[in-house]
Design a protein around this ligand. Structure first.
Ligand code: ZN
Length: 256
């Protein structure tokens, strides 16, 4: 398994559980179990994270909220913020991990960012309301899922991006709107605790890797040659009965 995959798992586990020891224990335990499904690294990571989120949501760690405003968000919201701001996952990967429709991620990400910046911490920022009135060529500003967020999350199609780049040169109102969203975006990016734990994450992911590795070798089936496999196969009583039946059928056909 790729080390970067384990680092991602470690960071998200840390965001979910807060406590380092718990993050390592649950991260390693979940990874070892999900690996039995023999999925690709990418899918293994996504599945393991889904399992961890469900576990954290069922039994949210207590007293975390006292440590940092980030932990006042729900576990699934902490995952969302970590996936977007630290892992830099796109909306479709986040949706796949959570097993929801991709279009749900955009309004949800915005609601979580607003909640974090304006309710859970006092960011001292102006609320990004959007322009009071739109010019003829201004893009529509949906306060529940504004274009500014799509731009900052790098989720725009080429055509939309080119249009906005050109429009922003000419339109001060939209530039101002983008600036307010950008302040919220980078304020949040700066206050996701796991970003400050880089050395700790390196060590923790190494520990998870070792636990996973020892579990992996315990479960790995012993390699057999094709000949050995065939001997085992033909020695099974059920296989012998089927073969005997097929032989009788063949003989009956011939007699006809
Ligand atoms: Zn405009």
């Amino acid at each position: 398994m790729d080390q970067e995959v384990i680092k991602s798992l470690t960071r998200i586990s840390r965001s979910l559980w807060g406590d380092l020891e718990k993050s390592v224990a649950i991260g390693a335990d979940t990874l070892t179990t999900v690996c039995l499904l023999r999925l690709s690294d990418e899918r293994t990571l996504e599945r393991a994270i889904k399992v961890m989120i469900e576990r954290a949501e069922r039994n949210p760690p207590r007293l975390l909220a006292l440590q940092h405003p980030f932990f006042r968000l729900a576990p699934v919201e902490r995952f969302l913020m970590t996936a977007l701001h630290v892992e830099k996952w796109d909306y479709s990967r986040i949706a796949r991990t959570l097993g929801v429709e991709t279009q749900l991620i955009e309004p949800w990400a915005w609601a979580t960012r607003i909640k974090y910046a304006f309710q859970e911490m006092d960011a001292g920022l102006d609320y990004p309301h959007g322009p009071a009135s739109l010019g003829a060529s201004c893009p529509a500003y949906d306060p529940g899922q504004p274009w500014t967020q799509r731009l900052l999350d790098d989720e725009l199609g080429k055509q939309e991006r080119v249009f906005l780049q050109n429009h922003l040169h000419a339109c001060e109102k939209c530039r101002k709107t983008l600036d307010l969203s950008r302040r919220v975006f980078f304020k949040i990016e700066g206050v996701i605790p796991v970003k400050d734990f880089q050395t700790e994450i390196e060590v923790a992911s190494e520990r998870i890797y070792r636990i996973w590795k020892s579990g992996e070798s315990a479960f790995r089936p012993v390699k057999t040659t094709l000949k050995e496999s065939l001997v085992v196969f033909f020695n099974q009583t059920s296989v012998q009965i089927i073969l005997f039946g097929a032989l009788i059928l063949l003989m009956v056909q011939r007699v006809k």
